[in-house]
Each structure stands twice: as C-alpha cells, then as structure tokens.
Design a binder for this molecule. Structure first.
Ligand SMILES: O=C[C@H](O)COP(=O)(O)O
Length: 258
C-alpha cells in the first residue's frame, strides 16, 4: 500500500527515572531541539512528579518561538477522579500541562496485569481529557518464536483501540517486548512487515484517518540504529526508553529522521 508522508514524532519514555535536577537534561534537549531540522515533533514523558515543572519549562522555552516540543504522561487511570489511591487521572496530567499519555506499555501490562479492555478504557480517558493517546502493542519473544507476531498485534489493536480514533488523537507504538531494554532489535524487514500490517489494520478500521496515524517503533532505539529504523516504511518516529534519558542521545536519534 502507498506510504503516506507523515510528520515524525520522537518520544522519550523516562519510565521510573528522573528527579528535580533532571531539568538540566530537559534544558539541553530544548536547546538542541531548536537546532534540529524543521518538521519533527518531540515529546518527553517523565515520571508524573515532573510533568508540571517540565511542562512549565517547555512553555518558557517556547515563548515567541515555534518549538514543537511537548510533555506527556506514562499512564493514567480510566476514571477522572475518585477513590483510587496512588493513581493519576488523565485530567490531572492535562492540568499539569501534558499533551499526550502513553497507555498499554508492556511494563504496565506485565507489572499491573493490564489487559486490552483496561488499555482501551485508559485510551478513552486520555481522549476525554483532550490529550493524545499513545497506545503500545507488541509481542513477546515466545510469541515471535511461535510465528504469532501478527496475530498478537492484531488482537491487541482490536482490543486496545477504542472507536473514534483520528490521526490527531491516536499514536500507535509497536514495541516488541523482547527488544525493550535488551539492545536487540528486529531487522528492518521485520519492522517493515509489522508496521505495514499495523497501517493496513488502521486503514481498514478507521478509513482515511488510519492512513496518516503515526506508528512509532520502540525497543532499543539508539543513535547508532535510529537512522535505519526511522527509514523503514510506515515507521513514523520512535518511542525511546533508555536512550531518551540523555539529551545528546535523544537529539541524535531525532536527527536520524529521514
Ligand atoms: O517505551 C519505551 C520502550 O519500552 C523502549 O525502551 P528502550 O528504548 O529502553 O528499549
């Protein structure tokens, strides 16, 4: 199928890393972002404790400038408020200045027993708060070895994506679980197969909107492999864990956008 021109998104997921003094890394990212080629969106998802201060810092840096940089959350509860000790609502992240929220990351699915129905409800919560949902899908090593990658991804997309997705409110991140934090990545041909499959699935379900929804690749993306991965058809950016903690690596990956 034709490969549409889609504006890339380079997103950093800091996971459970970062303290107040990590603002120095954010400042370095903001400085470097101004020097990147035009047309690349950047997003950093720090721990919830840093969302408000980081968003304020980004807003300061953007004063009078077109700097496509935003701050996001890493998870949210499906409800807007209530008796859910330790949880955070999408509305709270929006109030703190987040523009997007990751839902359905494999670490949430594994550590917190989140299934597709829960992920779907969370994605709806993200939209209710007016933010962009970044929904993660991906197979385990065992599923890949058994030749079930596309079936697993199809099932996760069908179960995790709510109706009503548009190119503006949904980003899909393909993250093979076995590639996360391991230094191992699928071949470019394997990434192309899965991203092409996701594109077709999105187009079949959401029509024209599905043709330009961003599909990110995530799992051991580094400056050394970013250029090759980002050049794969239907790879519209990256969701980066470890390498997003260091401004120089994050910026070098972004510079690898075709
Ligand atoms: O959300 C990000 C992914 O889990 C990738 O993490 P990683 O770049 O450390 O492999």
């Amino acid at each position: 199928m034709p490969v549409p021109a889609v504006r890339p998104l380079i997103a950093g997921n800091w996971k459970m890393n970062g303290l107040k003094d990590s603002v120095a890394e954010l400042d370095a990212m903001l400085k470097g972002a101004a020097e990147l080629p035009q047309g690349i969106d950047l997003l950093v998802c720090p721990p919830a404790t840093l969302v408000a201060s980081f968003a304020a810092r980004v807003a300061e840096a953007q004063a009078g400038k077109a700097l496509p940089f935003s701050i996001g959350g890493q998870d949210c509860h499906a409800n807007a408020s209530g008796a859910h000790t330790g949880d955070i609502a999408a509305e709270m992240l929006a109030d703190a200045g987040a523009a997007a929220i990751i839902v359905g990351h494999s670490e949430r699915r594994a550590d917190h027993a989140e299934n597709d129905a829960i992920v779907r409800a969370k994605a709806q919560a993200v939209w209710r708060a007016g933010l962009v949902a970044i929904v993660c899908v991906g197979e385990t090593q065992g599923e890949r070895d058994a030749g079930h990658t596309l079936d697993v991804v199809a099932g996760m997309l069908a179960g995790s994506l709510p109706d009503g997705a548009t190119a503006a409110n949904l980003v899909v991140a393909y993250e093979p679980v076995w590639a996360i934090g391991t230094g191992r990545t699928p071949t470019a041909a394997d990434v192309e197969e899965v991203h092409g499959f996701i594109r077709k699935t999105l187009s079949d379900r959401f029509g024209a909107a599905g043709e330009t929804m961003r599909i990110l690749y995530g799992g051991s993306v580094k400056p050394s492999n970013a250029r090759e991965l980002l050049a794969v058809p239907h790879v519209n950016g990256a969701l980066i864990g470890g390498a997003s903690l260091k401004a120089s690596d994050f910026l070098a990956i972004a510079a690898g956008c075709p």
